[in-house]
Design a protein around this ligand. Structure first.
Ligand code: SD4
Length: 339
């Protein structure tokens, strides 16, 4: 079994999943259970603030959650715009397993979750509410342009010098503390999780609250099959995190898996996806994107647009956070297409 997740907080999510599936029950699909459990952990953790409870709300102060799950092109499920249920990947799994459809959105997705007997939850944490109210006090401008900078008041400084002292020792980050270069992306806490189990089954899950103070109704890459997540058991799997609009325009996760279909290694596939973003868009300094790619043999690699992204890994040799093997724009102040 190997579980890999986006960002350093993924260490905690992976561990929760590992403990849940290490002794699988008969008839279960451990890889699928693992990605669901990892995403559910991140959803419930209030300090992980672009996912689930603790996620920052939209411009009207309401949290909405998106997520998807995938085993293969024929077995995937997705929900977007949940406002009353905490675990989008679990609802998406019900869509996959209990309906003839792939994706449900908005109030009807919440209604579906109710019909499935899933409990409702308050999604807005006191901390997220306070951050929203501060944003309102400081102007609360909803910038609807594609390249909108993050709003003031988040303490977000994309040009902050990078501190590399912490290296990649995952133990340093397991308790919620973020390494300084990753902390600058703390509003990019989306979890994308890939797992391969002892029988070789690959699964992926992705869960997010989207971008802070988004235009109500906005959906990013995370719940869209082929954008935030793609799994093809014949080839491998990929998941994405970062500025959804950049990932969506290049069909990022699908692109990475298709690169592997044509013979690329996981690293070359992840590199191709971030390089495509770097060469396609007029980049702003707040833009970030990362791809986590796993081949069907369980080997994996990641690449990011800018420094500060890490992959969390859990397998038989333990838990660790690893640096991406490729960073397209090592200098975080660079903007504009790079190629
Ligand atoms: C989105 N891709 O909704 C998500 C946000 C994200 O890390 O990944 N943050 O655009």
């Amino acid at each position: 079994m190997r579980i890999v997740s986006t960002w350093s907080f993924g260490l905690r999510a992976n561990e929760a999943a590992w403990q849940k599936v290490i002794e699988p029950s008969p008839g279960s699909t451990p890889a699928l259970d693992a990605v669901e459990a990892a995403c559910a952990y991140a959803d419930a953790a209030a300090d992980i603030d672009s996912v689930g409870y603790g996620g920052l709300p939209d411009a009207t102060g309401r949290v909405s959650l998106d997520g998807c799950v995938m085993l293969s092109p024929a077995r995937c499920g997705s929900v977007a715009g949940l406002r009353r249920h905490l675990h989008p990947v679990s609802v998406a799994r019900r869509v996959m397993e209990r309906t003839a459809h792939v994706m449900l959105v908005g109030p009807d997705a919440d209604l579906f979750a109710n019909q499935q007997g899933m409990g409702e939850a308050e999604l807005l944490s006191p901390e997220a509410r306070a951050t929203y109210e501060k944003w309102l006090r400081e102007g609360g401008v909803v910038d609807q342009s594609r390249d909108a900078s993050l709003a003031p008041g988040l303490g977000f400084d994309p040009l902050r010098p990078i501190d590399r002292r912490h290296g990649s020792d995952g133990r340093l980050f397991g308790g919620g503390e973020l390494p300084p270069d990753e902390a600058q992306w703390r509003h990019h806490d989306t979890i994308g999780c890939l797992a391969i189990d002892g029988t070789g089954v690959l699964a992926g899950g992705c869960s997010t609250s989207g971008t802070p103070f988004k235009v109500p109704g906005r959906v990013g890459d995370s719940p869209i099959i082929g954008h935030g997540l793609y799994v093809d058991p014949a080839v491998g799997a990929a998941t994405a995190t970062g500025t959804g609009e950049l990932i969506m325009g290049i069909c990022g996760a699908f692109l990475a898996v298709e690169c592997m279909r044509r013979g690329a290694s996981p690293l070359d596939a992840a590199r191709e996806a971030v390089a495509r973003i770097a060469s396609t868009y007029p980049l702003e300094s707040h833009h970030q994107a990362a791809f986590l790619v796993m081949a069907r043999d369980g080997s994996f690699a990641s690449a990011s647009l800018r420094p500060g992204y890490r992959t969390s890994v859990r397998d038989a040799s333990g838990a660790r956070a690893v640096e991406p093997e490729f960073v397209a724009i090592p200098d975080p102040s660079v903007t504009g297409p790079t190629a």
